[in-house]
Design a protein around this ligand. Structure first.
Ligand code: 13P
Ligand code: SF4
Length: 380
């Protein structure tokens, strides 16, 4: 992190004012200039054969080479809207690349520059666990009136499960619309895998009570719930969370409010409920960007989402004070697996006629996941 970053993120301003010094020497470039040049050459050689998508949580060095940027919802739509591009290079995480593969034609090939770019939240729900949960709901006679809804941040297999069981997918920007649809179809929702997005949307947008929500723990027999709790629940929330967003705390909101007078706190709906209800605004990454962009000069924001995005917003809006909500929260380590060396490798390999790190969803899974994704896209 450069000194400028530290200054923008608040921590540096504390440190700099405490010590009254600036960096005494030259700092290295954020990215190796030779590698940037290789990236430019490879990108130019690929031309319109490749379409590079970059999620908002990606590093600056990667975003620089993205043809489009967006949250997971926008990127899914963007990928589907480019049937002419034979190669889709997805700078994001595994579940996003899977969705791009599902939404594009079988001739198009989707590449994830580093296969280690997974998502800990998506890994918190596997197919067998979800099938076991459904079996219990069937046994209790409530499955028929339960609509399974999975957050985009889930594996293709889980999306396929919802597609096969008359459910759908949602993202953080359309969760309210999706739950409204789900409750028009059934009496109860099984929400996978992020309990916080599910709870925040149900309580803060749908007007449900906290008591209407129960948490299914996949590591306990029958989810750790009684039959009565399951039967009476309106929302069965899967016990999953984002390892980045779930770390923002109420203490960090109190701390920033006492430190910066007039600051507005804006958080992603993957944050814990007590954080969400004490924030001024809750929004998906795309909504956070729009809100900051439209705010007047001099606005003060403490933002609780991934650090790469908050840093970029601070750089893009020097007329506003933008700080990261909690100094102890880290980057998303899996998003950060995609770096310039991996992107250059993926692009140069393509130039040489080799497709590396292709993401290919098995046909049957892709079919039912597409049913769920198309259902979601038709709701907007
Ligand atoms: P959105 O892109 O839907 O805002 O989700 C945030 C996220 O955690 C992606 O991994
Ligand atoms: Fe997964 Fe959270 Fe990282 Fe998004 S930010 S990829 S939900 S761990």
């Amino acid at each position: 992190m450069s000194i400028t970053d530290l200054l923008l993120l608040g921590r540096g301003s504390d440190l700099a004012s405490e010590r009254g010094v600036s960096c005494p020497g030259d700092l290295p470039e954020a990215s190796d200039p030779a590698l940037q040049e290789r990236a430019r050459i490879a990108r130019a050689e690929l031309g319109s054969r490749a379409f590079v998508l970059g999620h908002h949580y990606q590093r600056d060095e990667v975003i620089e080479f993205a043809d489009v940027t967006g949250d997971s919802f926008k990127l899914a739509r963007d990928a589907a809207a480019r049937p002419d591009a034979p190669f889709i290079i997805f700078c994001g995480v595994h579940f996003m690349a899977e969705s791009a593969d599902i939404l594009t034609s079988s001739e198009q090939r989707v590449i994830l520059p580093d296969l280690a770019a997974g998502c800990s939240m998506a890994d918190m729900a596997n197919y067998e666990q979800v099938a076991e949960c459904w079996r219990v709901l069937e046994e209790l006679g409530v499955a028929e009136k339960t609509i399974p809804v999975t957050y985009m941040n889930s594996s293709a297999a889980i999306k396929a499960f919802t597609g096969e069981h008359d459910g759908t997918v949602c993202t953080s920007s359309n969760a309210h619309t999706t739950l409204t649809w789900a409750f028009s179809k059934g009496e109860r929702v099984l929400f996978l895998p992020d309990q916080h997005l599910g709870r925040n949307t149900a309580v803060l947008k749908m007007g449900l009570a906290l008591e209407d929500c129960v948490v299914w723990n996949p590591w306990k027999p029958r989810g750790g719930l009684t039959d009565i709790e399951i039967r009476e629940a309106k929302m069965i929330l899967w016990r999953g969370h984002c390892s980045v967003h779930a770390r923002f705390s109420l203490d960090s909101i109190r701390e920033v409010r006492s430190r910066i007078s007039g600051v507005q706190v804006m958080v992603h709906p993957e944050c814990q409920h007590e954080v969400a209800i004490n924030a001024d605004i809750i929004g998906s990454t795309e909504q956070i960007i729009q809100t900051v962009s439209k705010s007047p000069a001099g606005s003060k924001w403490a933002i609780g989402t991934e650090l790469n995005l908050v840093k970029r917003l601070a750089q893009q809006h020097p007329d506003k004070q933008i700080v990261f909500l909690d100094k102890s929260v880290c980057y998303c380590s899996t998003m950060n697996r995609i770096d310039l060396p991996h992107l250059v490798w993926a692009m140069e390999s393509l130039v040489e006629g080799r497709v590396v790190n292709e993401i290919r969803v098995p046909e049957r899974t892709a079919h039912f996941a597409r049913v769920a994704l198309d259902r979601m896209l038709s709701l907007i």
